[in-house]
Write a protein that binds this ligand. Structure first.
Ligand code: BV8
Length: 264
């Protein structure tokens, strides 16, 4: 395992350029440079807008079915604030580099899977294709009774909680996976397939604390994949991976792309 970003970039780039199948897992850190608050970092200038709500509440407590049942208005308000922040955010250089890496791998006949824990859909807007949303999407909401989905416009919700247009007895909830809820089966199947067959697995911008996603690197490594981490600070998987790039993904991912595919 190497720690120096420059050497590690060269080391990982060589693997990436010759990979048959690449799987990349992303977390909230990838969207931090787009001004979207991460879950476990201290509030900083870029995300001051949301610090108010975050300052007083523990996301892990609000991101649960129990919190919604207990106070649907508060949870709806928190998610609607985050939703509008995500809609206003712009994909950053890290998102764009990941979309470019996918195009390069696929142009060379390789397979590429992007697994994201993020719910902001910035990967989609940056041009990534076939994104696997492990924890759903905050842009889409669904009826608590019928499960029917809709995408609200960018305006603030007028009523808190929001009545469901599909069934007057229901409410609208964000189409995300809360703690204690199962991940979508199709997403888990896609993750399992990628982890089994990839020869390069990269974890980007995640504290590797939320399962089952936090276990993916270990599983990929056990299946023989070359594993790497791109993260601002060390995490519980830093000692496990073959290459560690510590720094901002918005800076490191474009460097990795350029090193793997020097501009032709
Ligand atoms: C499940 C959607 C089976 C909502 C999220 C008790 C009962 C039930 C389950 C459990 C339980 N105890 C434990 C569990 C399992 C639980 C879990 O893992 N808990 C943890 C806290 C221990 N998991 C679940 O419940 C999952 N479901 O297991 O189902 C089951 C069912 C019933 C009973 C038993 C089992 C569901 C998990 C999904 C939860 N939903 N999000 C929402 O968004 O509000 S999770 C949430 O955390 C986000 O998705 C987020 O992405 C994810 C992980 O966090 P990170 O992405 O890693 O973000 P974080 O802030 O932590 O870290 C950011 C990192 O980026 C940092 O390291 C930072 O240094 C770095 N960084 C910052 N800036 C940059 C950067 N890196 C690079 N560049 C930068 N610029």
């Amino acid at each position: 395992m190497t720690n120096d970003p420059t050497n590690a970039i060269r080391y990982l780039a060589a693997r990436l350029a010759s990979a048959r199948e690449v799987a990349i897992l992303t977390g909230a850190g990838v969207s931090a440079e787009s001004g979207i608050r991460t879950f476990r970092d201290a509030a900083d200038e870029a995300t001051r807008t949301m610090a108010g709500l975050w300052k007083d509440f523990d996301p892990a407590k609000l991101a649960t079915p129990e919190a919604f049942d207990a106070d649907p208005a508060l949870v709806t308000r928190w998610y609607d604030l985050r939703r509008r922040g995500c809609l206003a955010a712009i994909p950053n250089a890290g998102h764009v580099a990941l979309a470019d890496i996918q195009r390069r791998v696929e142009a060379g006949g390789g397979r590429f899977t992007l697994l994201t824990q993020n719910v902001d859909r910035l990967h989609h807007r940056a041009g990534s294709a076939g994104v696997v949303e492990l924890h759903g999407s905050i842009i889409q909401w669904r009826c608590t009774l019928t499960g029917q989905k809709l995408t609200p416009d960018a305006a603030e919700f007028r009523a808190l909680p929001c009545p469901s247009p599909f069934d007057a007895r229901g409410l609208l909830r964000p189409d995300v996976v809360w703690f204690g809820e199962m991940l979508p089966e199709a997403a888990l199947d896609a993750a399992e397939a990628a982890i089994k067959s990839c020869d390069v697995f990269i974890s980007v911008g995640t504290s590797a604390q939320v399962f089952p996603a936090a276990g993916f690197v270990r599983a990929a490594s056990a299946n023989g994949a070359f594993t790497a981490e791109v993260n601002r600070e060390p995490t519980p998987i830093s000692g496990l991976v073959d290459a560690c790039l510590h720094g901002a993904s918005g800076e490191l991912l474009p460097r990795l792309l350029a090193a793997a595919w020097p501009s032709r």
